[in-house]
Write a protein that binds this ligand. Structure first.
Ligand code: NZQ
Ligand code: ZN
Length: 385
């Protein structure tokens, strides 16, 4: 195994009714709260009203309208609210976009640097305001990790960045709040969870502890995502997806493994240029990337995936077994309603060279399991058309 650090100090409060403990988790940080949320889903489900009631003894400011694929302008707006009002703690209520934007606000509010400079060079982040979250969408794992992804539409950049200071102090995970997530976002969230697991699972030789955990999590998503898409009110499916999303990207699955995140690097280009849903882009890319990297050096990991996750017997040629698993992966994404070509999203090949160059330059693709250069990325994107 590679050496690793594993220290995830987010207090998770999981299950029905945990939101009632909001005052208890916020109080240690102070009385002035910035409440952040998105385009209104928390109002429609009644969560906003309950949160405001629970915050009755706090002074509350609000930043609403945070976009999916959150933009740097929202970070600036939140930073201003924090500075002008001496905010003590940020409470993010929403999906990954709201949480990511709030992380960037938390960091920018404690720095003399411009917020976009911190996104580009997170080593400059020295501290951040404390952040607590109430999660409403199972997908990103942002509720228990140090990452954030911010988009700058002017420069056509969507950049992920990490810093320990941005780790949420506490996150409330009540699957009830995900019952209202529409089918397309449920499916995209499932694809995102799977991609977080696969980006690490498919790197370096088989590692029994993290890869065994990853296989269990993948089986959970393959089993419960179709149920949640079909039956949005199915609480059991929602709770399984919610906990899988958190564990998929809190560092547990990557202990001792190498990682390079090629599909994420390429997908962030698609989102930056075309503002598509992150998980949808990942679902389209993943099987095509798998076929591209399948070779003598990687085939055994694909066979392990085929046998341990899909139950495919290893009784044929290794490449045939691997390809059956890749086909099953693609069929799965299609079966939960994800449009599986870029053409269906009205994306053509016009910007592929530019996107590929940027993905290679900023995505660290030369260190991936199978190193990818610009031509390789263009080829993978063409397979997605
Ligand atoms: O804005 P509202 O009205 O809340 O609606 C949202 C949004 O339109 C809606 N939604 C959320 N919860 C809902 C709901 N609708 C009904 N009922 C609910 N309970 O869903 C839409 C998408 O929300 P968003 O937060 O954008 O989705 P997600 O959680 O998938 O986050 C995606 C963002 O996270 C980044 C992605 O790149 C993307 O920008 N990522 C963050 C990561 C991290 N911090 O570790 C890792 C990921 O790989 C990812 O890159
Ligand atoms: Zn992701």
């Amino acid at each position: 195994m590679n050496n690793f650090d594993f220290c995830v100090g987010t207090h998770i409060l999981f299950g029905k009714g945990q939101v009632e403990r909001l005052p208890e988790i916020l109080s240690p940080f102070g009385k002035k709260v910035l409440l952040t949320y998105g385009g209104g889903s928390i109002k429609r489900m009644g969560l906003y009203d309950r949160v405001r009631e629970l915050l009755a003894d706090f002074e509350v400011w609000e930043l609403n309208g945070i976009e999916p694929n959150p933009r740097i302008e929202s970070v600036y707006a939140g930073e201003k609210l924090c500075r002008d009002n001496g905010i003590d703690v940020i409470l993010a209520v929403g999906g990954g976009s709201v949480i990511d934007c709030s992380k960037a606000i938390a960091a920018a509010s404690c720095s003399d640097e411009d917020a976009w400079e911190l996104v580009k060079d997170p080593d400059k982040i020295e501290k951040a305001l404390p952040l607590c979250t109430v999660l409403t969408l199972a997908a990103t794992g942002s509720e228990m990790n140090t990452g954030s992804v911010i988009t700058n539409l002017k420069t056509k950049e969507k950049l992920g960045f990490l810093n320990d200071a941005m780790l949420p102090k506490a996150s409330i995970l009540d699957p009830t709040y995900t019952l209202t997530v529409p089918a397309d976002q449920t499916a995209a969230g499932a694809a995102d969870i799977l991609s977080h697991i696969m980006e690490v699972y498919f790197s370096r030789p088989y590692a029994p502890i993290p890869d065994g955990i990853s296989e269990s999590l993948m089986k959970v998503v393959f089993r419960y995502a179709p149920i949640a898409v079909r039956e949005p009110d199915n609480y059991e499916a929602r709770e399984q997806l919610m906990w899988a999303s958190t564990l998929a990207l809190n560092g547990l699955c990557s202990t001792g493994k190498g990682q390079a995140w090629p599909c994420h690097a390429i997908e962030h280009e698609l989102s930056a240029w075309y503002d598509i849903t992150h998980g949808t882009g990942l679902a389209i890319l993943t099987p095509r990337w798998m076929r591209h990297v399948l070779n003598e050096g990687t085939v055994d990991q694909f066979v392990a995936y085929a046998v341990n996750v899909w139950g495919i017997p290893a009784d044929a040629d290794r490449f045939a077994v691997a390809n059956r698993a890749i086909d099953r992966t693609e069929d799965f994404f299609r079966s939960i309603g994800i449009p599986m070509t870029l053409g269906e999203l009205n994306i053509d090949d016009a910007l592929f060279p530019e996107m590929a160059e940027h993905a290679v330059r900023f995505g660290g693709l030369e260190w991936s399991w199978v190193p990818l250069d610009k031509d390789a990325v263009v080829e993978i994107l063409k397979q997605c058309l």
